[in-house]
Design a binder for this molecule. Structure first.
Ligand SMILES: C[S@@+](CC[C@H](N)C(=O)[O-])C[C@H]1O[C@@H](n2cnc3c(N)ncnc32)[C@H](O)[C@@H]1O
Length: 250
């Protein structure tokens, strides 16, 4: 009905936004160099919250690679989120909602919580209020390292959000050299180890990512290191030892 009402002006595509190739949806002529003003393509979404949060992570990674919807240039986005997620996306350093999402969004985009829509504006009324967030990709990201590397550092820092940042960062390193290498990372990045995750600014994260990148270049196994795997392996080794003991007793 909508496309009939606006012939030639509106095309409705039925599909899954998680797999739809937006980079093929518009003519090539709309493409703009990255450094120019944003192109005449705007993503507007009011999706279920279970879709919008994984989607923004996927689109942030697309921004870092300048592909997907950002093959047209610095495509702007206006999306809705649960209000608390909108507050995390836009939180400043030291703010209560400061989180992994704040750093991941703000190192790549200028992010603005434009307004909040009260839950009562919707039928049926959701349990939560809705935040409308506007994103404009930055010409120059504030951290110039691969997305996955930034994600790994940020994720590790925020996994112990009430502890000193030292705690989460230490999990980037194998247990055997954990304390020594964490100390070296913090010293080389010139970061106070007793800062809490929420107190770290984007430029603190930039220094941490740069030094961690150098450490990964020096040790090619480091980036693949996952402390959960090490934990699992050491648990299964001690389980094996216990099993051996039991069979001896039997
Ligand atoms: C909150 S409603 C918004 C409806 C309408 N766009 C509006 O703003 O009033 C969310 C809509 O997202 C659609 N949706 C859910 N998952 C989707 C997905 N993976 N891809 C595309 N649309 C999706 C639902 O069918 C539903 O129509």
């Amino acid at each position: 009905m909508l496309s009939d009402a606006a012939p030639g002006k509106l095309r409705i595509v039925h599909g899954d936004v998680l797999t739809f190739k937006i980079e093929k949806a518009f003519p090539e002529s709309l493409k703009r160099p990255w450094e120019d003003d944003p192109p005449n393509v705007h993503i507007i979404g009011n999706l279920p919250f279970s879709v919008s949060t994984p989607l923004i992570i996927k689109w942030l990674e697309n921004i870092s690679r300048r592909d997907g919807p950002f093959a047209y240039g610095r495509t702007q986005m206006t999306l809705t989120f649960q209000k608390e997620v909108a507050e995390r996306l836009t939180a400043n350093t030291g703010g209560k909602p400061r989180s992994r999402l704040s750093v991941m969004a703000q190192y790549l985009c200028s992010v603005q919580h434009v307004f909040t829509i009260p839950g009562r504006a919707f039928v049926p009324k959701p349990e939560v209020d809705v935040g409308v967030v506007h994103f404009t990709p930055l010409i120059q990201p504030k951290i110039e390292q691969p997305f996955k590397l930034v994600e790994k550092v940020v994720q590790n820092v925020f996994q112990f959000r009430r502890k000193y940042c030292l705690r989460g960062l230490s999990m980037l390193f194998p247990e055997a050299q954990r304390m020594e290498r964490t100390g070296r990372l913090l010293q080389r990045a010139d970061i106070d180890p007793t800062l809490r995750p929420g107190q770290l600014s984007i430029s603190h994260f930039r220094s941490l990512c740069e030094v961690y990148r150098k450490m990964c270049d020096e040790d090619p196994h480091l980036f693949a290191y996952n402390f959960r795997e090490e934990l699992k392996q050491s648990k299964s080794k001690s389980q094996e030892k216990d099993d051996d003991k039991e069979s001896y007793v039997l």
